[in-house]
Design a protein around this ligand. Structure first.
Ligand code: HEC
Length: 118
């Protein structure tokens, strides 16, 4: 009786250990080459967006789409994104090259990509 209980406890502990290892592996797999997790990049991009872009492109990228384009519909084209954000466009979209670092623009891209409409 006592022995059976301790087998069960041991089995449960083993299961918890396996789950912990699996979880740690999943978190590591999401890290990029620079060691920043994708989620960390998205979070940074989100706060940069909120302070620098949201007054024109709408809170959390939601706007009527009539004055500024809906960034959730922006194509999966990082080069075009980085170029526009750095240089601006048509004197309406301001240039950010002197204000945002490449890392910050990369994080913005991670955030925009995370909100892309299917
Ligand atoms: C002063 C208002 C304003 C701010 C601030 C602003 N934008 Fe824009 N953005 C615009 C307008 C207007 C356009 C449309 C320009 C056009 O197509 O003529 C645009 C277009 C864009 C485009 C589409 C470009 C393309 O190639 O089609 C992207 C991407 C973009 N903005 C990203 C951003 C990001 C990221 C930020 C914050 C760093 C930002 N914008 C801040 C007004 C703004």
């Amino acid at each position: 009786m006592l022995k059976e209980t301790s087998y069960k406890t041991a089995a449960m502990l083993a299961a918890v250990a396996v789950l912990t290892v699996a979880l740690a592996a999943t978190v590591r797999a999401a890290d990029d080459a620079t060691g920043n997790s994708m989620q960390a990049q998205i979070d940074h991009g989100k706060s940069t967006y909120a302070s620098k872009c949201s007054h024109c492109h709408g809170p959390n990228m939601m706007n009527s789409g009539t004055i500024t384009p809906d960034l959730r519909a922006f194509p999966d084209d990082k080069t075009r994104f980085v170029t526009t954000v750095k240089n601006g466009k048509n004197n309406k979209m301001p240039p950010w090259a002197d204000i945002l670092s490449d890392d910050e623009i990369g994080n913005l891209w991670a955030f925009v990509s995370s909100r892309r409409k299917p």
